[in-house]
Ligand binder design. Structure first.
Ligand code: ZN
Length: 882
């Protein structure tokens, strides 16, 4: 009963999709809730597809069967059998009612899928997680998203131990039972797949707000958390209201139940979950207050609240036919959240943040052994496919479509998509069809983006003919082979572009074959291997600004001269493009430092930024981002042989040049000016000040660590916000180990009872670069607050070490890999999803320089040789070694 089905499972293929032979029209679920044992009675009204004659098969894992009956009669043992991963039943007909009773064991559930306990057994609460395939850990069911049913759920439990009982849908009665017990019932009128089922039971507090939808429904919004956290839910409530209004205006989408619950838990595998009417959140993505949350975390809460809320339409009302279509809901919903966040905050900054994430997380995935298309063709373990490719690259694909259709056209398209697919389990094709049809455009060429893995390279080469006043731009594309796709096809790549004159002004565009000419920005779609575009009436040799707003998720290869990039960095009126030019220039500067070639790019980058540093008209937050070159992971992506220590040193060297160029006095003066304005306020300007202040302090620390650490000591002591506190602590820990000991200990004691604040304390130290990191991590593992059982804690220490500390993890002697592999094994026995996710930190090992590559290979091989690996971890490690 407890064995995992790990033995060499066959992959599941998109090409093998078959409509379900059996559906469930209605479900009634009855829970007798208990921490150690919970009994689940399920009553399923079955519908049979007359075109198929498959026997009734239901999925179920780790269920203890108590009874089974069909159409009111107990089933004899000969009429049903347990099969691999489920149950087979004879004699069912269309309209039959199947009743099962099973027992499950929440407190023993360390994998956190299905029904589990969050927190200590005396005080914790029960909750469920069913995406992707958790429902089969609760009851036998056709656990696939194209089976949609209406749910009636009754919860029974001891009232003192479980005063709050929640399930998705509208409340439909509650009352007392004998022996101090009580019950509550919920009915969800909207048919939904099983992965959107949820319940919560325990001691929880709430905050509430009334909301009236644009179409006139009164909704009660309730956010639930444990008593010590409920005061930190107000920001999420505000964000929820903003999200609901925004979706009404931007997409015409209204909420559709009388209540909307949100619950916070500290024990969660992912960020949050969009269960119908009962969203469940990792506390990290919900709780926020100035004393314990950073500015970035505030924005994250707003974004995740929006994301989960938006799923009510993109995911729930219109769901996925099968898990291969995951990006249908995730890519679209990420895009919707990105647009919302851009509207609520600074649009260029949001774009910078998202593109950085794409490059840091998705590009490496797409370039390595875990590469897969946005719509994968096969998987063994679906939980391994909640990836940056499905989410972030998927969002970029929707962005390209939206760009192609324009705002009004895209809205027409999504209106049609929602109208036509409401209540359905849809596919990516359904999405493209609706968007295209509403606009009379054939979008099928974009399907290729969904099926082809790898990041396309876009080459650009410009030639200016002064005599003819013509500028010819040749664009070409190439996607490297990989992911079992040796020959990649050409994709439609929208390239938004502009031309700048030598004086930094935008030139009017007269593009051959373009109808509207004379504007300063145009979009060309490169849909073949190579294409030449000719611009007429170009007065001087222009500097092209390409892929503006990052109009396609590709890697641009353009032989810009350093001063051309500096011109864009200085003059482009668009914040995102300006940043992008700076990133390209910084990369060139790093190359020059690496190769010892003339440092023109270094000088160009430093000079341009030094000038911008003095530009009073520039926003502080944009300046902060401009002062940040690409991270070590991004820089490593460009190398064919990776030496993480070398990359770290090069980047530090580059920053050192920048700090020198700006100068100690200016940095110090700017820091003091910004520090003098320090408050706990959350408005955009205050956040921007804090962001810039931290950048400036970090640069100052490169020149005068003692002075920077004095500033940091004072800043730590008087910090009005977590952003300031953590920023100061980071600088101290990096530049003066001795001086950081006292504030680190102070923080540890001060936040001893705040898990989220402690996670930041673990993560901060796990990130400190250099050989000492491993010993530091081992020491932190001995901290009584450390545990592998809590995903946030494991991620904070081990995940940060492996994925956020290249020099620490990639020790030449391989000790980082060995420790990490051991921990992955231990984690795998508790929580396979988390183990598999953390294992992806090994991605890219094949390109490491030989000594590290050998060591990583040895650790991975040893891991793979274990016979008890979960299917999750086995798939990741197996792919990694392919
Ligand atoms: Zn999502």
């Amino acid at each position: 009963m407890n064995a995992r089905p790990e033995t060499a499972t066959l992959p599941i293929r998109l090409a093998d999709y078959r409509a379900p032979a059996w559906r469930v029209e209605r479900v009634e679920l009855d829970f007798e809730l208990g921490i150690d044992a919970t009994e689940v009675a399920a009553k399923l009204l079955l519908r049979r597809d007359p075109a198929q004659d498959e026997p009734l098969r239901l999925e179920g894992e780790q269920l203890e069967l108590l009874s089974i009956a069909l159409d009111g009669q107990p089933l004899p043992a000969t009429a049903w059998r347990l099969i691999e991963g489920g149950l087979e039943v004879d004699g069912a007909r269309d309209g039959s009612v199947l009743e099962t009773r099973v027992r499950v064991h929440p407190a023993a559930n360390t994998a956190l899928e299905g029904l589990y306990l969050s927190g200590p057994r005396e005080s914790g609460f029960l909750l469920t997680q069913c995406e992707a395939q958790g429902f089969r850990h609760i009851t036998w069911f056709p656990d696939r998203p194209d089976v949609q049913s209406t749910y009636t759920v009754t919860l029974r439990a001891d009232r003192a131990r479980f005063p709050v009982l929640l399930a998705g849908g509208n409340p439909d009665g509650a009352g007392e039972l004998e022996g101090g017990r009580h019950w509550a019932r919920f009915v969800d009128p909207h048919p939904k797949p099983s992965y959107l089922f949820a319940l919560v039971a325990g001691r929880l507090e709430k905050i509430e707000r009334d909301y009236r939808t644009a179409d006139g429904r009164n909704v009660q919004l309730k956010i639930w958390a444990e008593a010590d956290a409920i005061d930190r839910c107000h920001y999420a409530m505000d964000a929820l209201e903003r999200s609901m209004r925004w979706d009404e205006q931007a997409y015409g989408r209204n909420y559709d139940l009388d209540v909307f619950h949100v619950v916070a838990t500290h024990d969660f595998n992912m960020g949050a979950m969009e269960n119908k009417g009962l969203n469940i959140f990792n506390a990290k993505c919900l709780l926020a207050d100035p004393d314990s949350s950073t500015d970035d975390e505030y924005r994250r809460v707003e974004a995740v609240i929006a994301h989960e809320y938006f799923h009510n339409w993109s995911g729930n009302r219109v769901t996925c036919r099968d898990w291969f279509q995951l990006s249908l809901k995730e890519g679209f919903t990420v895009f919707r959240e990105q647009s919302f966040s851009a509207d609520m905050n600074s649009a260029p900054l949001k774009r910078i943040e998202d593109v950085s994430l794409l490059r840091r997380a998705q590009f490496p995935e797409d370039a390595g052994p875990l590469a897969h298309p946005v719509r994968p063709a096969e998987y063994r373990e679906i939980n391994n496919f909640y990836t940056a490719t499905v989410y972030e690259k998927g969002a970029e694909l929707v962005r390209m479509l939206a760009g192609k259709l324009g705002a009004a056209g895209f809205r027409r398209g999504t209106d049609l998509y929602f109208a036509r697919n409401d209540g359905r389990a849809a596919t990516i094709e359904d999405f493209l069809d609706a968007l295209g049809e509403a606009n009379g455009i054939d979008l099928t060429p974009y399907l290729a983006w969904y099926g082809q893995a790898g990041t396309p390279r876009l080459r650009a080469h410009g030639e200016y003919d002064a005599a003819r006043r013509e500028y010819a731009l040749t664009l070409s594309q190439h996607t490297p082979p990989g992911a079992g796709q040796p020959h990649k096809q050409a994709l439609p790549i929208p390239v938004k572009l502009a031309l700048f004159g030598a004086d930094g002004r935008l030139l009017p565009l007269h593009l051959d074959g373009q109808t509207s000419t004379g504007g300063t920005e145009a979009v060309v779609v490169l849909d073949r291997i190579e294409q030449r575009y000719v611009f007429r009436d170009v007065a001087t040799r222009p500097v092209p600004s390409l892929l503006r707003g990052y109009s396609a998720p590709v890697i641009l290869e353009c032989d810009y001269a350093p001063d051309e990039l500096a011109l864009l960095l200085t003059h482009d009126p668009d914040g995102f493009n300006r940043w992008e030019a700076g990133q390209q220039l910084a990369v060139r500067a790093c190359d020059a430092l690496r190769d010892g070639t003339p440092p023109q790019a270094v000088a160009a980058w430093c000079d341009a930024l030094a000038a911008l540093f003095d530009d009073a008209g520039l926003d502080a937050d944009l300046l902060a981002d401009l002062l940040t070159p690409p991270g070590e992971i991004e820089l490593a992506e460009r190398e064919s042989v990776v030496d993480p220590t070398r990359i770290h040193m090069l980047r530090q060297q580059l920053l050192q040049h920048l700090a020198v160029r700006i100068g100690i006095d200016k940095l110090d003066a700017r820091y003091r000016a910004l520090a003098a304005q320090s408050t706990a306020a959350l408005d955009a300007a205050s956040q921007a000040n804090r962001r810039l202040k931290q950048r400036v302090l970090q640069l100052l620390a490169l020149l005068d660590p003692a002075r920077a650490c004095s500033h940091a000591t004072v800043q730590y002591r008087h910090a009005p916000s977590m952003t300031d506190r953590l920023g100061a602590l980071t600088v101290l820990a990096r530049h003066d180990t001795a001086r950081s000991a006292e504030p680190l200990a102070h923080y540890r004691a001060h936040y001893a009872n705040d898990p989220l604040a402690l996670d930041k304390w673990f993560a901060l130290q796990a990130q400190l670069p250099g050989e000492g990191a491993l010993a530091r991590v081992q020491a932190l593992e001995a901290d009584p607050a450390f545990t592998l059982k809590n995903p946030n804690r494991a991620r904070a220490l081990l995940g940060t070490f492996a994925s956020g500390n290249p020099t620490g993890f990639h020790r030449v002697d391989g000790a980082g890999y060995r420790l990490y592999a051991e921990r992955l094994l231990a984690l795998d026995a508790l929580n396979p999803q988390i183990a598999a996710r953390l294992a992806t930190a090994f991605n890219g090992w094949q390109r490491l320089e030989p000594r590290r590559r050998e060591a990583a290979h040895a650790s991975l091989t040893a891991l793979a040789a274990h016979d008890k690996l979960s299917r999750n971890l086995a798939e990741i490690v197996g792919n990694m070694l392919k």
